[in-house]
Design a protein around this ligand. Structure first.
Ligand SMILES: CC(C)(COP(=O)(O)OP(=O)(O)OC[C@H]1O[C@@H](n2cnc3c(N)ncnc32)[C@H](O)[C@@H]1OP(=O)(O)O)[C@@H](O)C(=O)NCCC(=O)NCCS
Length: 195
């Protein structure tokens, strides 16, 4: 479901003109990695079809980062552009959250099937699994929002911006803007909310 729709709906992928091949080169890896987490959410309709996901993980300040991620993934050039940007957004998160915060719930991928958007599903999913995350020791919740809609939602929910990058400022080595946005999204925001 996510592969089917992400290239046509997620603003960074749309800006790059991603194809299914680009999406397949990185999204399934993350879906497989996070779907099994007990803090992830899957929404199904009455016909038992999956219509939305909120894929999450629990991240800890002192955990070892895997450095062979790209080797495992083999992303296409466009997928690599997105991954590099997301790494830039999140690589200093532990210096941006309050110093006493050591474990966070991280919203990794939020996706609602296009025929189910605008019904409050993303909003509902964002309040789920909070108790589980707290019981597992999380002190807050964080996400990078690349989409103007999720940014509106997170800020309304009381998340604080930790870092903002305007897409017009994110350029390649020749000075060209990488993400030429096709919708109202003009920035990415890393946000955090304490429980
Ligand atoms: C972004 C996305 C998750 C939103 O899901 P959704 O279920 O339609 O969102 P909701 O219906 O819960 O709406 C959340 C808020 O955004 C607003 N909103 C929803 N669609 C909107 C639109 N097209 N334009 C402006 N605002 C919109 C809603 O009004 C609501 O705000 P409110 O509480 O002030 O009324 C969904 O469109 C999607 O999966 N997009 C593609 C993948 C993506 O970009 N994921 C996020 C990457 S960070």
């Amino acid at each position: 479901m996510v592969v089917d729709g992400f290239d046509k709906t997620e603003p960074l992928g749309v800006a790059l003109g991603m194809t299914k091949e680009d999406t397949i080169s990185y999204i399934p890896f993350f879906v497989n990695k996070y779907l099994k987490e007990q803090v992830s959410v899957v929404v199904k309709n009455a016909d038992d079809e999956m219509v939305a996901v909120q894929l999450c993980s629990i991240e800890s300040r002192h955990q070892q980062q895997s450095d062979d991620l790209y080797a495992k993934l083999k992303p296409t050039a466009k997928a690599l552009r997105v991954l590099e940007f997301l790494v830039h957004m999140e690589n200093d998160i532990w210096s941006l959250v309050p110093p006493d915060v050591n474990h966070i719930l991280k919203l990794q991928i939020t996706y609602v099937r296009p025929d189910y958007t605008g019904r409050g599903i993303a909003k509902q999913m964002s309040s789920m699994r909070m108790d589980t995350a707290r019981k597992l020791g999380c002190q807050g919740i964080s996400t990078t929002s690349t989409n103007a809609i999720t940014q509106h939602l997170r800020l309304k929910e009381g998340y604080q911006p930790l870092k903002t990058v305007m897409y017009e400022d994110w350029k390649d080595s020749e000075g060209n803007v990488i993400f030429r946005m096709k919708d109202a999204s003009d920035r990415a925001i890393l946000t955090f909310k304490r429980f």
